[in-house]
Design a binder for this molecule. Structure first.
Ligand code: DP6
Length: 358
């Protein structure tokens, strides 16, 4: 079992220049991460489906430099310099320096873009930090070629976590668990692990993301997680996440879509209930979020099609359903839900299996 100390790189060679390119997907949590301790350690374990189409593509050009006092990088977003993203990257480098002590020896050009529309309200931090972490691990592999594949991916997830917690679930695997859990072998608070006992019912599961509100997030996830400190229901919620992950493990293995729906929807509403019962309190759903949820419930009752919703920390709705009902569900979305989306926009995605080298 890899520990924090294993991720501190001590011996490595030097290279003059190199270029890498990785894409990493977004992910959608089934059991939610909400609340964290020092150093990006989650307050409870979580599990997510890795997405396929919503991803960040990041190219990293690396050039050796002579001074080693500070981090040095240029940041391009969709080909143009993007100053406002730089503090986040600077902070990320500071957090991972202990584990990647070679970073100050190089100048970086980070060229990044997303496949999903900018300001769609879809969090790009998970895919963005995962793609950057993969590139940094490619550099580490170039200067330390003996590292194993297992180490490569585990450390990528470890680094991504230090950038953004949920990013550690965007590295490898269709379903990923992050956080210690008694019943998941190898699970760790430090990095995500692949959950592979998935019943065919969940293969190619679909996620259609309805863009209800594309505006800036009302509450940043950092502020959101902080609200769980001294939250009146925090301890019960963290215990519930452990219980729901036990149930989800059994559900994913046995293929029980009816039980899947119960846990997934309850987790989404619990996440929002935590925000509504914190101090200060927030309502991140919009009227159209509720309209959509009610329509989904009605459609499910009438058709018995196993379609359900989940939410992240915002108003957008993720609709999850098996591939074999996708024609009917997409027709339902077209007929009944598109009007509740901002500019009629939605994104069709499905389970994918993680970061890719381009
Ligand atoms: C609601 O991973 O964005 O999407 O660690 O502060 O970067 P930071 O938070 P972040 O939180 C995601 C929270 C969530 C639930 C989840 O993805 O599990």
């Amino acid at each position: 079992m890899l520990t924090e100390k294993d991720f501190i790189t001590t011996s490595y060679k030097s290279i003059d220049a190199a270029s890498f390119e990785w894409s990493a997907p977004s992910n959608i949590a089934l059991v939610k991460y909400w609340g964290k301790k020092e150093n990006q350690i989650p307050a409870n374990p979580s599990i997510s489906f890795t997405l396929n189409n919503c991803k960040t593509i990041t190219k990293l050009d690396v050039i050796k430099k002579s001074e080693t006092n500070s981090f040095s990088f240029d940041l391009l977003f969709e080909g143009k310099p993007k100053e406002d993203f730089k503090p986040k990257i600077q902070k990320f480098f500071e957090r991972i320096e202990k584990y990647c002590p070679f970073l100050k020896e190089y100048h970086f050009k980070i060229d990044t873009q997303n496949t999903f529309p900018h300001s769609s309200g879809i969090a790009s931090s998970a895919s963005g930090m995962a793609a950057l972490a993969m590139n940094i691990m490619s550099l580490e592999k170039a200067i330390n070629p003996t590292i194993s594949d297992e180490y490569f991916y585990s450390k990528a997830s470890f680094l991504a976590r230090l950038g953004s917690g949920s990013a550690c679930r965007s590295i490898k695997g269709e379903v990923v668990v992050w956080g210690n859990h008694a019943e998941i072998n190898g699970s760790s608070d430090l990095f995500g692990v692949e959950f592979s006992e998935i019943h065919p019912n969940f293969k190619n599961y679909q996620d259609t993301i309805l863009l209800v509100d594309k505006g800036e997030k009302q509450v940043s996830s950092t502020v959101g997680h902080d609200l769980m400190h001294n939250h009146p229901y925090a301890e019960r919620r963290f215990a519930q996440a452990h219980e729901n992950l036990s149930k989800m493990k059994a559900i994913l293995t046995s293929g029980n879509t009816a039980e899947f729906i119960k846990i997934v929807e309850s987790e989404a509403l619990t996440l929002h209930a935590m925000m509504m019962t914190s101090m200060p309190y927030f309502i991140l759903m919009k009227p159209n979020t509720l309209e959509i949820i009610n329509k989904i419930w009605k459609f499910r009752n009438e058709t018995q099609i196993p379609v359900c919703f989940t939410l992240d920390a915002g108003a957008n709705v993720h609709i999850l359903y098996p591939e074999n009902v996708s024609v009917k569900v997409l027709q339902f979305i077209q007929d009944e839900l598109v009007d509740y989306c901002q500019n009629g926009q939605y994104i069709c995605d499905q389970i994918g299996n993680g970061a890719k080298s381009n």
